[in-house]
Design a protein around this ligand. Structure first.
Ligand SMILES: *Cc1c(COP(=O)(O)O)cnc(C)c1O
Length: 430
């Protein structure tokens, strides 16, 4: 397999763009090697600029529930383009997509569209602060909510609840209102509430996908809801990744825990840049121009992006069995790989939610970020590059979730399992 063209393209890109990429995770840094430059997608496959084909388990990091070049989404986009790319004025498609999404989430009366997940979460936090008149927020270590300042906070020592910025360029003053708790650990959340009487919201990925796939325990979410209610604090479910992937009607429909605000992204744009946040009318009424909390965007609700989102979400709503079908395939994939790994004496923790799958090379179950960090990173890096050689494109970090699409066939899954068997054998004998 030659990747000469990708090597050359990456060389040039590095001269022009920091690290050669426009989003750091694409750089293959944690697994070594060079990112592949992509020429096109075909259903469940990616084709690089050297003409190599890969079974794609990244699916643009989540958005492509129906695979590359889904006909109905593609046609909807082409049709929309013919009417103009952007108007900066309302269009019917915004209400159509709003109606559709609101009908799928019990907790939503109204929604606002933005252009990325980062923007959706950033705006939801501002709304929660504006609604409650409080400043502090609680987030969980290992949960990712986009790259806005107050959310870019990592764990300090286990004792520190007030966060330190995890990136230079973020003033400590901007993150001093961000309190950190441990995922699936109620005591750590209670400590935050003991430390601050000023908590506007708790934000959580109810099905965490940014420390590998680590779903929250149902009981934990119920306790979180009760604690928030007792303190007049809003609960935000960040479902930018899990929305429309793990389930049709949000995590609230499978956990029985209703959030105050939901943030969405990825699948909601069908591959175009769309994010959204929604809540009950009373909360959304605080948003400008109805209320005083300012939030805006030149390209928000862009007609081409709305057309793609509308095509994707209508297709899902009309084919609700898709989530269960994809989950069967996801389960077959990770169980198959786990069996191959076990035959070679490699311990693998696996989990799935709908079309999301996760695996850790780890002896023990993973319940939080600290557990995830105990996974065998070196083994993952080797697995990643050898699977790539075999023609299977997995996310280039062990802290990422895998995705399948309706274009990921049973045959692709079987081939992947077989290839993983070859790779595990090579890794343990060679
Ligand atoms: C991807 C993601 C974001 C950020 O979305 P962008 O579109 O990359 O800005 C926020 N929250 C979660 C849970 C995500 O997975």
């Amino acid at each position: 397999m030659s990747i000469d063209n990708s090597l050359k393209a990456f060389e040039e890109a590095q001269q022009l763009i920091p690290g050669g990429v426009n989003s750091p995770v694409r750089a293959f840094k944690s697994v070594g090697g060079t990112p592949l430059f992509i020429a096109q997608g075909e259903g469940g496959y990616l084709v690089d600029i050297d003409g190599n084909r890969y079974v794609d388990y990244v699916q643009s990091w989540g958005p492509l529930l129906f695979g590359h070049r889904d006909e109905s989404i593609e046609n909807a986009v082409i049709e929309a383009v013919k009417h103009g790319l952007s108007f900066g004025a309302p269009t019917q498609a915004e209400s159509d997509l709003a109606k559709l999404v609101i009908s799928m989430f019990d907790s939503m009366d109204k929604i606002r569209f933005v252009s990325s997940g980062t923007e959706a979460v950033m705006s939801a936090i501002r709304l929660a602060r504006g609604f409650t008149g409080r400043d502090d927020i609680v987030k969980f270590t290992g949960c990712y909510h986009g790259h806005s300042d107050s959310l870019l906070v990592q764990a300090g020592s286990g004792a520190a609840t007030f966060g330190n910025p995890s990136s230079p360029g973020v003033p400590a003053d901007f993150t001093k209102h961000t309190l950190l708790a441990e995922y699936n650990n109620m005591e750590s959340v209670k400590k935050c509430f003991a430390d601050s009487k000023n908590i506007a919201c708790v934000i959580i990925e109810p099905i965490a996908g940014n420390m590998g796939l680590v779903p929250a325990d149902k009981e934990f979410l119920h306790e979180l809801r009760a604690l928030c209610d007792a303190h007049g604090t809003l609960l935000i479910f960040d479902e930018v990744m899990s929305g429309f992937r793990a389930t049709l009607h949000g995590a609230e429909s499978i956990t029985g825990v209703k959030p105050d605000i939901v943030t969405l992204g990825k699948v909601i744009g069908g591959g175009m840049p769309v994010g959204a946040f929604g809540a009950r009318a009373e909360i959304m009424a605080k948003l400008s121009p109805e209320g005083p909390v300012y939030q805006a965007g030149t390209l928000s609700g862009n007609p081409v992006a709305m057309a793609a989102g509308l095509a994707a979400i209508s297709k899902l709503k009309n084919n609700p069995q898709v989530i269960a079908t994809l989950n069967e395939r996801a389960v077959r994939l990770v169980e198959g790989m786990q069996k191959e790994a076990a035959a070679c004496g490699i311990a693998m923790q696996i989990d799935t939610r709908g079309s999301m799958f996760g695996f850790f090379f780890n002896q023990n179950p993973v319940k939080n970020f600290a557990d995830a960090c105990k996974s065998d990173e070196a083994l993952f890096a080797k697995f990643h590059s050898m699977m790539l050689e075999e023609g299977f494109y997995f996310a280039c970090s062990l802290y990422e979730t895998g995705f399948i699409s309706t274009a990921t066939t049973d045959a692709m899954i079987e081939e992947t399992i077989k290839a993983s068997g070859r790779v595990f054998k090579a890794l343990t004998n060679g």
